[in-house]
Design a protein around this ligand. Structure first.
Ligand SMILES: Cc1cc2nc3c(=O)[nH]c(=O)nc-3n(C[C@H](O)[C@H](O)[C@H](O)COP(=O)(O)OP(=O)(O)OC[C@H]3O[C@@H](n4cnc5c(N)ncnc54)[C@H](O)[C@@H]3O)c2cc1C
Ligand code: FES
Ligand code: FES
Length: 1372
């Protein structure tokens, strides 16, 4: 144990004194913890100590909300009970003294009684994989505890800190709208009695169309008076005593909680190095991700002076420990009561707080913490600096005032405070009559994101004039500290607020706010341009305000007004349309009905069990990986000596511990389970009575080929011990030159073989026939799966070499075979069990085996259960994602727009192993023409071998990349001809009976119907006219519109995978237990399978149960992938059920009036086998690349989407205004699930094409490793108007009950948003006289949008010459 030197007298926190008791309540039960560990978070305590596994771990950094719980406290100074949501992953256990914690288990359960927030999210189909659901439930619950009648904007705000990767958010909002004052009501636009609550959501429908996916009449009423009360004992404990000083001691850290300012100051004097912790939202991150250890923590959160709010004649003084939520509430009230001219600064602070983190963070994060962290991208510091806030700092000798100007921050994360000083308060001043203040934040995503550039500007005029008396321009994100643009401001003093000033300000800012081209964070041109663009916005808004005050300044031109507007989100509205089941069909037949996901209720209550929720085995150990920090290197030595002597460590695991083969991989065995090496042992002395060995690797053939390459593992008694020890393993490398990007691979000709080609027609003749030929290129970034549940495995050894694995995987059988291979046992000794996954999206199709095999090897070595759940940063680092693609094309087309020749080459960044890259590329090639008929075509696909972690399957599996390039050349063709893109697309669309480049004839073709319905539902022509009008009227905001089709081939392209099995048992009580080869990852597969079985067996779904997927029930299954699982497993289930029905037939005939149970019993007594397996294989498949013949796909799924966006040309931000989707899913097995898949896939595609960016350093290091830096779509990214219509009367002859696959096909429809953005950018470029095709790579991030809108500001910030510097990140 590390000693701390606490020397204060007079307090309970003396050295050697034992820990105090930590008293808190969880779900009404009192907990007295005598050994509270200052390093433990509430989340770990709940999950591991109390077994409350409903609260989930998604990121450990406050960025996903999966761990949301509600805290309640009685505030003695205000005599108020407060309830607030927090992230349990950041909440230190020790901060909870006299606090009541409510978790998802505490508010309701399926067995007991559901809380309405649990019931409604489930019944509204707002829970798919369910891993985010408890967190979302708790955010909503906390909101209702504070405000039983919220409005929709309250609900949206409550979800600023919650992410969901599956649902697309719409159903969650829809379900929770029913709690709001808006009441979920359409406002009388419904049919019949005018109320959508009774009749769907208000859309006009045809007779057999349905628009209701849930029925509000099924919801239990919400009665806020019935809530669990604050524990009376806690109330009296809190009221009866001052909390007093507290001390909690852990192995490495002491937590001191002083209860008076004097004591706090004295402690800080004695321990100047002590870390002050209030919200822990900064320190928690440093401890977890930067391995910081702070031996002494001072927690002053309950000191009255630090929480005081004082209104003075000059402003409002906030104690440094005031939370941001509290500060916002106080300022909002001040804005309501004070004269407007006094509240300019307050409004600027409120504007920053609106987009500051999520609510859970704002509820605990202190204003003092933000200032003292001194982050260069703090959102508040620029405002405080521009406004000239006054800080009061203190040590035990007294206090002093410090002006918040540019001398306050002395360096990166440094301030002028002396180590013994603390921040007492900050005064936010009232503004003057002639002062105007604005604040701006530009981040990749609006909600819960750190800024790229943040700015605050304050100008004071000589009263009654436009002459600048004082100007402060403060920027974050432009240097190592928050900075003032002093030179520019000084230049403008005494000048009049007009065009000349603007020009001078911009050229001066361009000079002053310069950045090194290699600066961390990159985006140099963009950041520089933003400083100007944001000033321009400020300039316009001040002009407006001056005119409003009657000062004679230029009027803001009407077309520039929208540039000065502050963004206010609109509450989204939506319509879902599907075909109702025919009247008269039995209610027991669930097929075609919008049945709720069978696990949804359990997911909403936290009762659904995920892999890491399996209770700990008595002798269980935890594993942490040791991975390479170099992209390409020889390993010279691996030194485990420090790790082996660390507390709790049991052993290290390396390649030598693998009894079988170390070669692994889903298709080719071209990877290692653990990096291969030779080992030699040398004694390194004794420790704790036992001889310790220093493990040295001989400097031989050991190579690592990516950052994150698994070298070894450490096994210890707890996760924390294993992780700490893994970090202590020292690896020495000899670095080799890595190949990181596609371009580098092309230069080095670093490709995997084979290079695939699909060719049809006569290319040469095609180009000859063409009136025009154009060439182009496009790069598409990769994508992180970001399943909310990271990779996790629990391996339990049995007898005779048996190994049972609980894994979160889409590929149970692949896991089984690779583990058996590594352990050198036959497959029959390995059982892999999958109950459910918290999302998969392809990321758990092959890469999961990397972890499960290592865990199994460790369990085998130690003969003890071993568990590992990857942290989010490890998961992102190790497991790869969607392949980045580069497409190069040459297109020949007629003047009409008809494309007659296409030569396209695709290059994918496959990474350091083959994995599934060849199949991914094949699918890209199979989709290279998207939905367009091109007579002469050649596509080639190159797999780049690079030193990145192997990229892998991801929803769409190459299709989205293949089609994206197609839409790019289609857009180029339209733009080069100056024709509307929608006309050129329509002209080129396939028609029924045509054949694809791989010679598959398109029958049952419905794309034209989808296209026409989409055009009419979105009112395309009117919309186009409105967009054009808007663009004529607005210079700095532009709208864009695009309609995009998709055609997606259904089947695994590896023919042998197109098979499935099922096993169905009927028990004598009539209940049915079923299992099949597919795994449940939220997509509702088990629900659909139960619906299928229910129809064939003729019994209600309630009699059928699926417990899990396992290799000992259905063998040799294919991964749950390729969207084909319902088709394949559904047919296998149907087969099994039909066999059983045949066996029951005699008993039905004999007793036609009998019940299902009667027939089952009769059959049983007659010794009939009531158990059977079923099997299915897709007929007539088999494409041959050599002959370009044979059927590649069983059928195609079709869809069309039209999207409208608005871009802010000055910042690159965009709004998704509207999307209309028409999707052909055949006869839907379950419209609620299918619409959920359409919306979820669309939102994931929206992330892919407009938001999500993985940044890699030039040396191949992934820089974006968590939700803090990698942004998936949030609630606010849903299109404001979203319509999803499932095509009617479109039965599919080739799949179960005429349905179609739906998981992957709709993802590409999000390309409509990308091309709408491109359309809007074109309108912006036209203002600068630029027309014709231009390159826009994917994603269309704010940076790319801004840079593409060339204008007077971008001209002032030209990019540095490529090659003249080493960039922070490279396009891989
Ligand atoms: C998910 C997430 C999102 C975030 N989003 C944003 C964002 O949008 N914008 C933004 O600007 N920041 C953001 N942050 C950063 C962080 O939330 C803020 O900086 C917050 O205000 C820190 O407050 P805290 O009380 O949690 O600090 P703590 O972690 O408790 O402490 C932070 C630092 O301040 C020091 N400190 C605290 N109080 C005092 C005091 N009285 N005297 C002296 N030193 C003191 C501590 O010693 C410590 O070094 C985010 C963080 C997370 C985890
Ligand atoms: S796990 Fe706590 S916010 Fe993600
Ligand atoms: S349901 Fe939200 S992450 Fe899966």
């Amino acid at each position: 144990m590390r000693e701390t030197s606490i020397t204060m007298a007079d307090t309970k926190t003396q050295p050697g004194s034992t820990s105090d008791e930590l008293i808190f309540f969880v779900n009404g039960k009192k907990i007295v913890e005598r050994n509270a560990d200052p390093e433990m978070t509430l989340l770990t305590y709940l999950r591991r100590k109390l077994g409350l596994t409903g609260t989930k771990l998604g990121c450990a950094e406050g960025g996903c909300g999966a761990c949301t719980v509600m805290l309640s406290r009685y505030q003695t100074h205000t005599q108020q009970l407060i309830h607030f949501s927090v992230n349990a992953c950041l909440a230190p256990l020790c901060s909870l003294h006299l606090v009541a914690v409510t978790t998802v288990e505490g508010i309701g359960s399926v067995a007991r009684k559901l809380h309405p927030v649990q019931e409604r999210i489930a019944k509204a189909h707002g829970s798919q994989c369910g891993f985010c659901t408890p967190g979302i439930v708790m955010s909503m619950y906390a909101l209702l505890r504070n405000n039983p009648t919220p409005n929709m904007s309250d609900v949206e705000e409550a979800f600023h800190g919650n992410l969901c990767r599956c649902t697309g958010y719409r159903p969650i909002l829809e379900g929770y709208k029913t709690f709001t004052v808006e009441g979920g009501c359409c406002g009388g636009r419904g049919r019949d009695n005018g109320c959508c609550m009774a009749n769907g959501n208000g859309a006009e429908t045809d007779a057999d169309e349905a628009t209701t996916l849930f029925n509000t009449a099924d919801f239990a009423p919400f009665d806020p008076t019935q809530e669990v009360i604050f524990p009376p004992e806690l109330m009296s404990l809190t009221k009866g005593q001052r909390s007093g000083s507290l001390c909690f001691r852990g192995d490495r850290v002491v937590w001191l909680q002083p209860d008076s300012l004097d004591e706090f100051l004295r402690l800080k004097w004695e321990h100047p190095e002590a870390r002050v912790v209030v919200g822990n939202t900064e320190v928690g991150i440093e401890v977890k991700f930067k391995s910081m250890v702070y031996p002494v923590i001072l927690a002053p959160a309950f000191i009255p002076e630090l929480n005081a709010v004082t209104h003075t004649a000059d402003g409002v003084v906030f104690g440094a420990a005031c939370t941001l939520s509290h500060m916002a509430a106080v300022l909002r009230q001040a804005v309501e009561t004070l004269p407007p001219h006094q509240t300019e600064v307050f409004l600027a602070v409120l504007e920053q707080l609106r987009w500051f983190a999520g609510l859970q963070i704002r509820n605990v994060a202190a204003v003092g913490g933000n200032i003292m962290t001194a982050s260069p991208i703090s959102d508040l510091n620029p405002v405080f600096m521009a406004a000239g806030c006054k800080l009061t700092v203190m040590d035990k000798d007294g206090l002093r005032d410090v002006q918040m100007d540019d001398s306050f921050f002395t360096g990166y994360r440094k301030t002028t405070l002396r180590p013994q000083e603390v921040l007492l308060s900050v005064e936010i001043p009232l503004s003057k009559k002639s002062q105007f203040v604005s604040a701006y934040k530009q981040s990749p995503r609006r909600e819960d994101d750190i800024s790229i550039v943040t700015a605050a500007m304050s100008v004071t005029f000589t009263p009654g004039s436009d002459v600048v008396e004082d100007l402060r321009l403060s920027y974050g994100g432009m240097a190592a500290t928050t900075v003032l643009a002093k030179k520019t401001a000084n230049r403008l003093l005494g000048r009049r607020w007009g065009e000349e000033l603007l020009q001078e300000a911009c050229s001066s800012l361009a000079e002053e706010m310069n950045l090194d081209p290699s600066v961390p964070g990159g985006m140099v041109t963009y950041r520089r341009t933003l400083t100007l663009s944001l000033f321009y916005k400020f300039y316009l808004s001040v002009l407006q305000k001056l005119r409003a005050q009657g000062v004679n300044v230029d009027e803001v031109p009407s077309d520039c007004l929208s540039a000065a507007q502050i963004y206010h989100p609109e509450t989204p509205s939506s319509v879902q349309v599907y075909q109702a089941v025919p009247e008269g069909r039995s209610q027991d037949d669930a097929v075609g009905r919008p049945m709720m996901h069978l696990s949804a209720l359990k997911q909403a209550t936290g009762e659904a069990i995920y892999c890491d929720d399996v209770p700990l085995y008595e002798n269980e150990l935890y594993l942490a990986l040791v991975t390479s920090s170099k992209a390409h290197a020889k390993i010279l030595s691996v030194d485990t000596s420090a790790a082996e002597v660390m507390p709790g460590v049991v052993c290290c695991v390396f390649a030598d511990d693998i009894p079988g083969s170390n070669a692994t991989g889903p298709i080719a065995y071209d990877e290692t389970v653990l990096a291969q090496h030779q080992v030699c042992f040398c004694s390194s002395g004794q420790s704790g009575g036992s001889v310790r060995f220093r493990l040295m690797m001989c400097p031989s053939s050991l190579q690592v080929t990516c950052v994150g390459h698994i070298i070894g593992a450490v096994v210890a008694d707890t996760q924390l011990h294993a992780q700490r020890a893994a970090k202590a393993v020292r690896v020495q490398y000899e670095e080799l030159q890595p190949v990181v990007t596609i371009q580098e691979a092309i230069t080095a000709q670093s490709f995997y073989q084979p290079i695939r080609t699909i060719q049809k027609g006569d290319l040469e003749a095609g180009f000859k026939q063409a009136d025009h030929v154009l060439e182009g290129e496009m790069h598409m970034g990769g994508q992180e799966h970001f399943y909310l549940e990271t990779n996790v495995t629990l391996a339990v050894p049995g007898e005779d070499g048996e190994m049972e694995l609980f894994v979160s995987t889409q590929a149970a059988c692949k896991t089984q075979s690779l583990v058996a291979k590594a352990l050198d046992v036959p497959a029959n000794k390995v059982v892999v069990r999958v109950k459910r996954m918290g999302g998969g999206f392809g990321g758990k199709e092959s890469r999961t085996t990397m972890l499960s095999t290592v865990v199994a090897v460790a369990a085998n070595k130690l003969n003890r259960p071993v568990r590992c759940m990857l942290d989010r940063d490890e998961d992102m680092l190790i497991t790869g994602g969607r392949h980045p693609f580069y497409g190069k094309y040459k297109v020949g087309y007629l003047s009409s727009g008809k494309v007659v020749a296409l030569d396209v080459s695709y290059y994918s960044n496959a990474g350091n192993s083959m994995d599934l890259s060849l199949s991914v590329m094949e699918r890209a090639l199979f989709h290279m023409e998207n939905s367009y008929s091109v007579a002469n075509v050649r596509g080639r696909g190159y797999l780049c071998r690079t030193n990145l972690p192997s990229n892998t399957a991801f929803r769409g599996f190459g299709g989205p990349q293949g089609m994206m390039v197609a839409e790019n050349w289609m857009t180029d063709v339209a733009q080069s001809l100056g024709r509307p893109a929608e006309e050129v697309r329509r002209l080129n669309l396939y028609v029924e009976g045509e054949s694809t480049p791989y010679n598959q004839i398109l029958d049952q073709f419905t794309l034209d119907r989808c296209w026409d319905e989409c055009l009419s539902r979105c009112g395309y022509q009117d919309r186009r006219a409105a967009v054009d009008l808007y663009n004529r009227q607005n210079r700095w905001t532009k709208r864009g519109l695009a309609i995009v089709p998709t055609k997606f081939g259904i089947s695994f392209t590896a023919v042998f995978l197109n098979q499935a099995g099922a096993l169905v048992h009927i028990y004598t009580d009539g209940s049915v237990l079923m299992t099949h080869g597919g795994t449940e990852m939220g997509q509702g597969l088990h629900t659909k399978m139960v619906q299928v079985a229910s129809r064939v067996l003729g019994i209600p779904c309630s009699k059928i149960h699926i417990s899990e997927t396992s290799t000992n029930t259905v063998p040799n299954t294919s991964p749950t992938a390729a969207s084909a699982s319902s088709d394949l497993n559904g047919a296998a289930v149907q087969n099994a059920c039909e066999i059983l029905m045949k066996r029951l037939e005699p008993y039905k005939t004999k007793n036609p009036k009998g019940s299902w149970e009667d027939w089952v019993r009769a059959a049983y007594f007659d010794r009939v086998n009531l158990s059977t397996s079923g099997f299915y294989k897709t007929p007539d498949l088999g494409y041959d690349f050599d002959t370009n013949s044979g059927r590649a796909f069983n059928y195609f799924s079709y869809g069309v989407a039209c999207s409208e966006v608005e871009i802010d040309c000055l910042t690159g931000a965009h709004k998704n205004l509207s999307t209309t989707i028409v999707m052909d899913v055949g006869h839907s097995l379950n419209p609620a699930i299918d619409i959920g898949q359409v919306e979820g896939a669309f939102m994931q595609g929206l992330g892919l094409y407009t938001l999500e960016e993985l940044h890699y350093s030039p040396r191949g290091v992934l820089l974006t490793r968590g939700p803090g830096t990698y942004k998936i779509p949030a609630f606010g990214d849903i299109p404001t108007h979203l319509t999803v219509s499932l095509l009617r009367d479109a039965p599919n002859e080739k799949a179960i009950f005429a349905s179609k696959a739906v998981g992957e096909p709709p993802l590409f429809l999000a390309a409509s948003v990308f091309y709408a953005i491109k359309d809007a950018i074109s309108a912006s470029r036209a203002e600068s006289g630029i027309s014709g095709p231009f390159r826009l790579d994917s994603p269309a991030s704010a940076e790319r949008i801004r840079n593409a809108c060339c204008d007077r500001f971008t001209k002032l910030c030209p990019p540095a010459e490529p090659g003249s510097f080493s960039p922070w990140s490279v396009q891989v």
